[in-house]
Design a protein around this ligand. Structure first.
Ligand code: AKG
Ligand code: FE2
Length: 309
């Protein structure tokens, strides 16, 4: 049988302890290399902020208009007045840090490797490796399905279950050569992202420019995913984003993805279509979309481009 050990790379956290240079599998092709990333990006001032208290106030129509404009032009917004206790946000990040700081043996009880050979989405470990020549990201994850409740796979959950996907980015000796997570848009309906309040790295692409997302104070970012872009026939955007690596500090983020039932069909809403505005995306089932999404993600391309008409 062919040697397929490339399918199960070493955990990045372990690798980071050993190497002075990221191995070639992690180094982005020259045209994508994140040279002077942080310096090169736009400051965060322009990223829209939506105040949830105003949005739900009886006279909050102006905030509603702001929200619509934000989703049309950015596909995302930072949340003000989210009323999530900052201590809860800290606890989540700290619990996550504790999980990743455990001995490897302990973490591997939640491993995403099946049969010693393949990676699945759910569990602890690397991102999916679909192609031998795919460029890998400088991060490990703990990815857990939380809804529907009867699909929770508790054998992959740490002892203290938490319903999120945790991204762990170890320091990288050459952040100019790798991505923490390569440029991508999220697949689903929307994502709620809890960002490390001390270490930056998340950047959003808009009109050809990368914008840094601010870290402090405790930040929640809500971004749309591809399903919403398709259902809105392109009115709302599914933003391309990436995380850059850091030479000295580890970084943690928690993403909660809201998706759809695998059998559900995703297509532009009929109410938005008319003769002058035909459907701009082909119909697909959520499960087929996800399969295509992961293939494209591995390659650093966007599946949504292939369902555009
Ligand atoms: O770590 C981040 O800030 C971004 C994570 C992300 O984009 C993802 O998990 O899809
Ligand atoms: Fe993402």
């Amino acid at each position: 049988m062919a040697e397929e050990s490339w399918r199960t790379p070493m955990l990045v956290q372990e690798l980071a302890k050993k190497v002075q240079q990221p191995p070639s599998r992690y180094v982005q092709p020259e045209q994508y290399q994140p040279i002077s990333l942080v310096d090169g990006a736009e400051p965060p001032e322009h990223i829209p902020v939506i105040n949830l208290t105003r949005l739900s106030a009886a006279d909050g129509a102006d905030e509603g208009i702001k929200l619509r404009l934000a989703l049309q032009s950015w596909g995302l917004f930072l949340v003000a007045n989210h009323e999530v206790e900052t201590s809860l946000m800290d606890d989540l990040i700290n619990m996550s840090r504790e999980f990743f700081r455990q001995p490897l043996q302990e973490k591997e009880k939640c491993s995403n490797v099946i049969g010693g050979k393949h990676l699945q989405v759910e569990g602890y470990g690397n991102d999916l490796v679909k192609f031998e020549d795919q460029t890998l990201d400088w991060c490990d994850r703990l990815h857990l399905r939380v809804e529907p409740e009867d699909e929770r796979n508790f054998s992959l959950w740490p002892k203290h279950p938490t319903p999120f996907r945790f991204n762990y980015y170890p320091p990288c000796p050459r952040p100019d050569l790798v991505f923490g997570i390569k440029p991508h848009s999220d697949a689903g309906v929307l994502t709620i992202l809890l960002i490390d309040k001390d270490v930056g790295g998340l950047q959003i692409l808009r009109d050809g420019k990368w914008h840094n997302v601010p870290t402090s104070p405790h930040r929640l970012l809500i971004n749309l995913g591809d399903y919403t872009e398709i259902m809105s026939n392109g009115i709302f955007k599914s933003p391309v984003h990436r995380a850059v690596a850091n030479a000295e500090k580890e970084r943690i983020s928690l993403a909660m993805f809201h998706g759809l039932h695998p059998e559900k069909e995703i297509e532009p809403a009929a109410i938005l279509l008319h003769e002058k505005q035909p459907a701009r995306y082909r119909k697909s089932k959520a499960k087929e979309y996800l399969a295509g999404y992961y293939e494209h993600f591995s390659r650093g391309t966007r599946f949504i481009d292939s369902v555009k008409m």
